[in-house]
Ligand binder design. Structure first.
Ligand code: SOE
Length: 378
């Protein structure tokens, strides 16, 4: 067999959107990356037996399990992928760490800073590899942005401007699914989407020192999923905040799931003393770049198609111009994770990044309550 000596048995919790994206990645990663560890899709875990069996068969998992605690305790599994609802992240990750399993955890890390701190302590004690699935770092065009910033192409970075807009909750008829309930999600658009923007900002610009925020829930009542009536919405539809980075750069962040026409409009613009970068996930293979170093008569935003072999991950995919999609970001992510496990190296972003992210999320929520600037705890 090409490219790998070992196998690692995987158990995954969750089979909805992220479970499907991760299943596709586990199936494709060997074909495109020949990781030093080949994943074996051993056990898929979920609550509803018939739908779980159907998903396992469709996605290619060998077995099913309806009890996540039994799953993480199995001694034949090396990697636990936690792709279920946010409320389950902490108990499942702590149990998996205590069972000595490496962990891939979907974002946001947790529903509270306290839980995230307990999760970090558990993986530190266990000495396992841990990654949080902020998959937008694995977009080649975003990796190119990181490279250009590191090369000094923007000069001194002064602004990060992040917007993450969707419209799947515009209709008041969307029922109170787990992503719209504090008990199961921890927050609404804030933890779902600002978490991604905060991760990108931390990676591309640096740590956030202080924030001031505002939130709104426009649709305050939604139908219950079982059709038995309706219930109150206790999470944000939209949260926006200002930020000061430790570098002195300024940040503006806005997220909503009620922006008609914005489907997955995950955009950032970074301005520096010598240039600007613009990324918009809805055109995910492109990065816009403006440089003050270009000759004055030729200065303007240029669109770089990030599909050349020396752009991150592209050499594993297709020839130039044969663009990639959302699902490839998870293949890229899992390829890196498998190599980190094989090499005994820390993965990135890891639970420390997840905890730092939760601390920013929490500072914004404090600010929404106090109406004042809040420091992000270190
Ligand atoms: C829903 O808002 C969602 O599925 C997010 O939870 C994902 O992280 C994002 O990649 C797509 O939109």
């Amino acid at each position: 067999m090409l490219g790998w000596e070992d196998m690692i048995n995987v158990g995954m919790i969750g089979y909805q959107f992220m479970g499907k994206a991760h299943s596709h990645a586990f199936k494709d990663v060997a074909m495109f990356f020949q990781p030093r560890l080949q994943p074996v899709m051993k056990v898929l875990c979920g609550r509803t037996e018939d739908r779980l069996r159907e998903a396992a068969q469709l996605y290619g998992w060998e077995e099913t399990e309806t009890d996540w605690q039994r799953l993480v305790a199995r001694d034949d599994l090396g990697l636990i992928d936690i792709a279920g609802p946010n409320w389950l992240h902490a108990p499942a990750a702590i149990a998996a760490a205590e069972a000595g399993k490496h962990i891939l955890l979907e974002k946001p890390m947790a529903t509270s800073v306290e839980d995230a701190e307990r999760m970090v302590a558990a993986v530190e004690r266990a000495g396992v590899v841990h990654m949080v699935g902020f998959n937008y770092r694995r977009v080649p065009a975003v990796g190119l942005a990181k490279r250009l910033i590191n090369e000094g192409a923007l000069g001194e970075v002064r602004h990060f401007r992040g917007t993450y807009l969707q419209d799947w909750l515009v209709s008041p008829d969307v029922p109170l699914v787990w992503k719209i309930r504090r008990e199961t999600a921890g927050s609404g658009a804030h933890g779902d989407l600002n978490a991604h923007q905060i991760d990108l900002a931390r990676w591309l610009v640096g740590e956030i020192e202080s924030v001031v925020g505002m939130s709104e829930t426009f649709i305050r009542e939604r139908p219950l999923p079982d059709g038995s009536g309706s219930g109150p919405v206790d999470v944000d539809d939209a949260t926006a905040f200002l930020a000061r980075f430790r570098t002195g750069a300024l940040g503006t962040f806005e997220t909503t799931r009620l922006a008609p026409g914005r489907k997955n409009y995950n955009r950032f613009e970074i301005n520096g003393s010598e240039g600007s970068l613009v990324f918009n996930f809805e055109r995910m293979n492109e990065l816009q770049f403006y440089s003050t170093q270009d000759p004055a008569h030729a200065r303007g935003f240029r669109t770089i198609l990030a599909t050349e072999s020396d752009h991150p991950y592209i050499s594993h995919w297709w020839p130039p111009g044969h663009v990639i999609g959302y699902e490839q970001t998870f293949v890229n992510e899992i390829a890196d994770l498998l190599d980190c496990i094989a090499d005994g190296k820390p993965a990135w972003p890891d639970f420390h990044d997840g905890l730092a992210n939760q601390r920013v999320l929490a500072a914004v929520e404090r600010s929404v309550e106090t109406g004042r600037w809040e420091q992000v705890s270190a």
